[in-house]
Structures are given as C-alpha cells and as structure tokens.
Design a protein around this ligand. Structure first.
Ligand code: T4K
Length: 415
C-alpha cells in the first residue's frame, strides 16, 4: 500500500508499501536464449576457462567498445586491481579516496601497500586533487582515483601531479563502464583502469572484472600474472596468481553487451523519474549528471541535508527499509573508519572532513531493469512523506526507538 500519511508508514505499524524487498543492484539480465546458446556451445567444446574463445571474444568486444588497445578479463575487479597494482610496481604508500567501496583499499593492503586516504570534493564525491600533494611522502608510489558513481575524476589534475612526483596512476573504474570523461570513454586514462562486472553492476558477467590499458608491456605482465605467471607449458617466468575469468562469465558478458543500450536507457529513465519527482523536496538532492558526457546511470545517489529535512539520513533509511525498500548507505562510514585502517590510523578522519560529511548524508536507491515506474513513484512518495513530516517523525522515532524490531534499528547495517 502506498502510504499517504505518517501513520501509514511501515515504521509506525502500517503495511509495507512493497510485499517483496526492492534492492539496490538487482542484476540486469540480457537475452536468456542467447546466453543459453552460448553456454551450450561452451559445454559442447568442453572449454570452460583459461583463455577460452568466449573470454577472448569478450576482451576484444570490450576493448573495441571503450577504444583501448588491451582488455584483460578477470574473475572480479578486486583481484584485477591487486594484479594491476603489482604489475605497475606500486609499493609503500598509495593515495586513494576513503569514500569508496572497501575493495579499493583492501586491494592495496592485501599487497602490503598502505592506502593513504585523501579527501573528496563535496559536489562530486570524487578525489580532490588539491588535497593529494600534501599526502605525498618519499614512500608514495602511486595514486588510485575512483570514478565513483560512474563520474570521471579529475584525471588531468591527477596526471599532472603524478608526472611531477613520478607516480603511477590507476583508476578504479568499477562503476564507470560505458561512461565518458571529457568526451573520451573511461578505460584509457592513467596507466590502467579497472572495471567491475559484478552481479550488482548494471552490466554484469555474474562475477567479473577487467583491466583496460594502452600500455602493451603492462598488459603482457598482467596477462601472465593472472595465470600463475605461465609463459609456456611447464614454464613459469613470473610471480602470478589465479585471476582468470571463466567462459560462463564471458558468455554472460557477451550477452549483457548485446543489451547494454537497453540497460542504460532503463537506468536513465529511472534517474529522470526520480529527479522529476524529488526535485524541490526539502533537504533532498540527487547527484546530477553532466549532459555532455555518457553515463550508465547505475546509481541513484540521494544526499539528505538533515538540517533542512528534519530527519537524519539513517532515519530515512529505517523508514525505507520498513517499506521493504532496501536503500543503501554506500559508502558509509568511509574506508578510514573500517578495519584494519581504523585501528592503524584512528585519527585519519581529521584530514577527511568532506568524506565524513558526505558519508553521513548519502543513500542509494533501487534502479535497473528490475524496478518499475510505479515502484519508483511509491519510493518517492515515501521519501516525500518522511521529509515533509521530519519533525514529527523525528519525535516519534526517538520515543519509539526501543520498540522497533531489531532489523529496523540496524537498517543499512545488517546484511
Ligand atoms: N571498487 C568499487 C568502487 C566498487 O564499488 C567495487 C564493488 C569494487 C571496487 C570491487 O568490485 P568486485 O571485486 O566486486 O568486482 C556490492 C557488490 O558486491 C560490489 O561488487 C560493489 N562494488 C558494491 C558497491 O556493492 P554489497 O556489499 O552491497 O553486497 P551484495 O553484493 O551482497 O549485494 C547487495 C544487494 O544486491 C543484495 O542485498 C541483494 C542484491 N543482489 C545481489 C546479488 C549478488 C541480488 O539481487 N542478486 C545478486 O546476485 O556489495
């Protein structure tokens, strides 16, 4: 039932607006017949992994699509990043934003590299190049910029700093497949870029990722490293690991590529509907997109100003969860407040005021082909009711917090 007054809200005992949970990142599925056809072919040829024909075709298609010379497909973006940082010779300290998914930091730490957290710009949530140089020490070997939400970071400023200090540059482009920056497709910037094709990404290969680069030597090293360092049968010439993409993932990827435009259109339509319905709602701001660039629109990013809205971001999340809208607090509380980083540098937040502020304000909302126009209208209606009665909701929630079921008091936290 769509709530129309406060007491209709699920959090105050009303029936949830949705019977089934609505998730952020419900996978987009392309043409099933094409997928099954590819899987059958794979089974017939009995070639399931290790640079099979589907992975080779997928790598070629992706490289052509983004206009880079080399694409090396991998099992996921986290491993792809670990391999890329090693292949680039990064060590010591590497500067990254804290406002990102934890994998960006873990990929470095797993390689015994210390991630040094840099603040972001408030308007874009992207690495602030003006804060990078003050973090550079003799141990710094690189910068990992994150194209968060699919928006390209200031690659020009980052490149200039890297050149001045002889640093390597890797971009975490996990969110940015099919997006452009300054009219060029993301994938060809820096020394290399890493995409994620995880199930929750708008374009998925079940699990998967890829490194894109125009550097031939680097691509060669990465190819060796993702296959144990084998250069020939029985010959290992490099330290390597197992980062290979499977044929079934490539089958999904090739099939998803055929529906890419459809996925982007669905996301864009959803974004425009959210924008139309939420514009003018007090304290609510949707992160805008620049009309001169290409985007995949896979994240609907809402920033809530609690001083205007009258309720906190976490209270809004509780309200949405009670309606079965599983909105997410990506990327709260920032990597610097997660382990092992928090124990190592408990005061890191002092240098990250914008990160801390943004991490307390952001919610991402359901989108993708699994979400309908009616569902988005209802989600917006819930947000509007919550925000327009901020003070009363605040009062009731504070009074009744102890009476709420545990899954709602921990909304946004429980998995
Ligand atoms: N860098 C950045 C900036 C990233 O955002 C990510 C990943 C990476 C690097 C690393 O990429 P990968 O190594 O994963 O390729 C999800 C994803 O697992 C993660 O890939 C993604 N970013 C991150 C932003 O979101 P969680 O913690 O939200 O949980 P997860 O995967 O359990 O899914 C969330 C919800 O989606 C579930 O509650 C239900 C729904 N769901 C999920 C799956 C897997 C489905 O409906 N169907 C599914 O198959 O991390």
């Amino acid at each position: 039932m769509t709530p129309s007054i406060i007491s209709d809200l699920g959090i105050f005992g009303g029936a949830p607006a949705f019977k089934e949970k609505l998730y952020v990142g419900r996978p987009n599925i392309g043409n099933r017949d094409r997928l099954i056809e590819r899987i059958n072919r794979m089974l017939d040829t009995r070639w399931l992994s290790n640079d099979g024909p589907l992975v080779s075709e997928f790598e070629k298609r992706v490289a052509d699509y983004i206009g880079v010379k080399h694409c090396v497909a991998m099992c996921n973006a986290t491993i792809a990043m670990e391999i890329a940082v090693r292949a680039l010779g990064m060590s010591g300290e590497v500067i990254i934003p804290s406002f990102t998914f934890i994998a960006t930091a873990h990929a470095l730490q797993w390689q015994q590299i210390t991630p040094v957290f840099c603040d972001i710009e408030p308007a874009t949530h992207l690495l602030d190049p003006r804060r990078i140089e003050e973090l550079i020490t003799p141990r710094t070997t690189g910068i990992v910029g994150v194209h968060l939400w699919g928006r390209g970071c200031d690659v020009e400023a980052i490149a200039a700093i890297a050149e001045r200090h002889k640093l390597k540059v890797l971009f975490d482009a996990a969110h940015a497949f099919a997006c452009s920056h300054q009219g060029r497709m993301i994938g060809g910037f820096g020394d290399a870029e890493v995409f994620s094709f995880h199930a929750t990404k708008f374009f998925n290969t079940l699990e998967g990722g890829a490194v894109a680069t125009n550097d031939e030597d680097l691509a060669k090293r990465i190819r060796l490293m993702k296959n144990f360092g084998f250069t020939y049968w029985d010959q290992v010439s490099y330290l390597g690991t197992n980062g290979k993409m499977t044929e079934i993932s490539a089958a999904m990827g090739l099939t998803s590529l055929e529906s890419l435009d459809e996925f982007v259109t669905a996301n864009r339509t959803n974004y425009e509907q959210y924008l139309t319905l939420l514009t003018g709602t007090p304290g609510v701001r949707l992160l805008p997109y620049d009309s001169s660039e290409k985007y995949n629109y896979q994240y609907i990013v809402l920033e809530l100003d609690e001083n205007v809205a009258g309720i906190t971001r976490d209270q809004l999340v509780q309200i949405l969860w009670a309606e079965n809208v599983i909105a997410r607090r990506y990327f709260y509380p920032g990597c610097h407040r997660m382990e092992p980083y928090f124990t190592d540098y408990p005061d890191a937040g002092l240098l990250l005021p914008i990160t801390e502020k943004v991490a307390d304000r952001v919610i991402t909302l359901p989108t993708g082909t699994a979400v309908s126009e009616d569902q988005i209208a209802t989600i917006c209606q819930i947000i509007k009711i919550a925000v327009s009665h901020g003070e009363e909701i605040q009062r009731r929630l504070t009074e009744h917090q102890s009476a709420l079921p545990q899954h709602l008091t921990s909304a946004g936290t429980a998995r």
